[in-house]
Design a protein around this ligand. Sequence first.
Ligand code: TMP
Ligand code: ASP
Length: 236
Amino acid sequence: MEKKELLYEGKAKKVYATEDPDYVIVSYKDDATAFDGLKKGTIAGKGVINNRMSNYLCRLLEKHGVKTHYVEELNDRETVVKKVSIVPLEVIIRNISAGSFAKRYGVEEGIVFDSPTIEFSYKNDDLHDPLINEYHALALKLAAKEEIDEIIKTAFRINEVLKEYFLSLDVKLVDFKLEFGRLADGTVVLADEISPDTCRFWDAKTNEKLDKDRFRRDLGGVEDAYNEMMKRVFGE
Ligand code: TMP
Ligand code: ASP
């Protein structure tokens, strides 16, 4: 499959048309942003790591019956995915308190929940991705009731698969963000990426942060953290 015109450039990826209207090619960049693009930087090698890790996790999820946009990895940074129209919701699952949850509710990071939580943000940069509940999402016609029910069920299923997988690599899956998209026939599939940009990963023994929080919080060792996650997943 061949790259045609650039359809869209986001903060971390570019999306190109192909000769087939049902498929697009995603190209992962090393650019990193945080806080709605207020903080900008590059993380050398991130595009390669996020591309390969995200594809690996999509293949793993497909094996567990989760439908994803993944089609074929073309090279280190580029992947063919099914063309979707993105449901404008960021779906966040949490297993352990951290980040905006800890801040919003005034609790420390690291509290292990009895059951995972789910929350939605309305994907809208101008409004800074406000937190919304499923009734708001329905009122705003962001998705249909059946779609939201399906998304919630799938997100918790994804959490079960990924939590167990990462634990086998000595990594705690603290929280993560998912996006879903609709195919031309209306089927809802997992889209976007699953990577250290979109997940919090803590080393199971030391709780060392192995994700984008090192960039967000200026902790140093950003590339080392991404490389460590790459090593745990691919052994390289
Ligand atoms: P939060 O604690 O800042 O709400 O983040 C929850 C999870 O979502 C965390 O794993 C990082 C991820 N995330 C994104 O992928 N994109 C974003 O824009 C934000 C704010 C968080
Ligand atoms: N990617 C998001 C942004 O640029 C935020 C984040 O991941 O923290 O705003």
